[in-house]
Design a protein around this ligand. Structure first.
Ligand code: G4P
Length: 318
C-alpha cells in the first residue's frame, strides 16, 4: 500500500505545536481507544518533556470495553493519568478536571513559593488528525468554541478558552502526524479513518479487516452478516467477502458479487461501530502483566478489567 502526506502541512503544524507547547503547563494527549498504540505519536514524549500530561482515550464508545480497560491499566502503570471517553459527551469532564488539578499541583506549589498566586494554568490538547481534538475541546470547554470537522490542518488564530479561574485551554489543538513505518500501523490508521481513505485500496483494506475479525472477533462477524447461516470461520478472507456480498445481495448485473460495495460495507460497518465494539490492538507483548489474549478469550475468562469495563460501557461514567 502507498501512503502519502503533505510535507507543507506537517511542517507548519509541527512548528506551531512546538511554539505553543512552550506556553502551556499541561498537555492533554488524545489517542484513539480502538488503536491506542498506532494513534500515539511517540514524538509527544520528547515534545512535552517536563510538562504535566494526561492521556485521554477517545472513541471509547466504539472500542472493545475489555481491551480499553487493559490499555487503561497499561498506561496507568506508566504513571500517567488516563481517561477513556466518548469525546462527544461531557460525561468525563469532572474527572478530567480533577486530573488537571492533580497533574498541575506541583506547578501550583512552585508558583506559591515564588509568590505567584491566581495565575491560571494553561493547557493544550494534542493528537493526530481525526482523533477527536476539536470535539474534545468543544465538550470540555462546554461551548462550541473550536471548529470540528474532518479536515486535518485547519488552523485559527491563537485564543485561550477560559474554563474557570484556574484553567485556560488553547483553542487550537496541536496536530501530530501519525508515524507508520510499520505496515500494520498504517493499516490500523486507515481502518479507523485516521488517514485518508482514497490513498488506500478499499478492497485490500477490507480483506485485512476480515482477516483480523475472523481471528479476534469471529462471533461479531457471523452475528452481523450471517446470523442464520453460522459460517464456519476462519476461511479465506476473499471467500468471506464473497459470502458477505451474497448475503447482502450486493451483486453486479449478471449475479457476480460486487466486491467494491461489499468492501465499503465492511469498512463502514466497522468505522461506525455497527459490527460491534472492536479494538484492533493489544498492549505490547513485552509487557506480560497487561498483554491480553483474544478479547473473546478474556471475556470467557471473565477478567476483572473486562467485567468492570463492560459494566461501565468502557467509558468513564460520572
Ligand atoms: P480532530 O480535531 O482531532 O481532527 O478530530 P474531530 O474532533 O474533528 O473528530 C473527528 C471525527 O471523530 C468527528 O466525526 C467526530 O464527531 C468524531 N469523534 C470524535 N470523538 C469521538 C468519540 O469519542 N466517539 C465517536 N464515536 N466519535 C468521535 P466526523 O465524521 O468528522 O463528523 P460527524 O460525523 O460527527 O459530524
Amino acid at each position: 500500500m502507498d501512503y502519502q502526506w503533505y510535507p507543507g502541512h506537517m511542517t507548519k503544524a509541527r512548528r506551531m505545536m512546538e511554539e505553543n507547547i512552550g506556553l502551556v503547563d499541561l498537555v492533554i494527549e488524545l489517542t484513539d481507544a480502538r488503536i491506542p498504540m498506532s494513534s500515539r505519536n511517540p514524538d509527544i514524549d520528547k515534545l512535552s518533556a517536563n510538562k504535566a500530561r494526561i492521556l485521554v482515550m477517545t472513541k471509547a464508545d466504539l472500542a472493545d470495553p475489555a481491551r480499553t480497560a487493559t490499555f487503561q491499566k497499561y498506561f496507568e502503570d506508566k504513571g500517567w493519568m488516563v481517561a477513556a471517553v466518548d469525546a462527544r459527551t461531557r460525561k468525563s469532564n469532572d474527572k478530567i478536571r480533577a486530573y488537571v488539578e492533580k497533574a498541575c499541583s506541583a506547578k501550583r506549589e512552585r508558583d506559591k513559593r515564588r509568590g505567584i498566586v491566581g495565575r491560571p494554568l494553561r493547557a493544550m490538547v494534542v493528537g493526530i488528525p481525526n482523533v477527536g481534538k476539536s470535539t474534545f475541546i468543544n465538550s470540555f470547554a462546554g461551548k462550541a468554541s473550536a471548529k470540528t470537522g474532518n479536515k486535518p490542518g485547519v488552523t485559527r488564530g491563537k485564543q485561550w478558552i477560559r474554563l474557570n479561574k484556574n484553567l485556560e485551554l488553547l483553542d487550537t489543538p496541536g496536530i501530530l502526524w501519525p508515524r507508520f513505518e510499520d505496515r500494520q500501523v498504517g493499516i490500523n490508521l486507515a481502518l479507523t479513518g485516521a488517514i485518508r481513505q482514497e490513498l488506500l485500496e478499499e478492497q485490500e483494506l477490507s480483506l485485512e479487516l476480515l482477516n483480523f475479525l475472523q481471528r479476534e472477533y469471529p462471533s461479531l462477524l457471523t452475528d452481523k452478516y450471517a446470523p442464520e447461516e453460522k459460517w464456519d470461520l476462519p476461511m479465506d478472507s476473499a471467500e468471506l467477502l464473497t459470502k458477505i456480498a451474497e448475503a447482502r445481495k450486493l451483486l453486479r448485473t449478471g449475479g457476480e458479487p460486487d466486491y467494491q460495495r461489499a468492501s465499503k460495507l465492511v469498512l463502514d460497518d466497522f468505522r461506525n461501530g455497527k459490527t460491534g465494539r472492536i479494538t484492533l490492538e493489544t498492549p505490547p507483548a513485552d509487557d506480560p502483566e497487561t498483554a491480553a489474549g483474544s478479547p473473546e478469550a478474556a471475556r470467557a475468562q471473565g477478567t476483572a478489567g473486562g467485567a468492570k469495563a463492560a459494566a461501565t460501557g468502557g467509558e468513564e461514567s460520572e
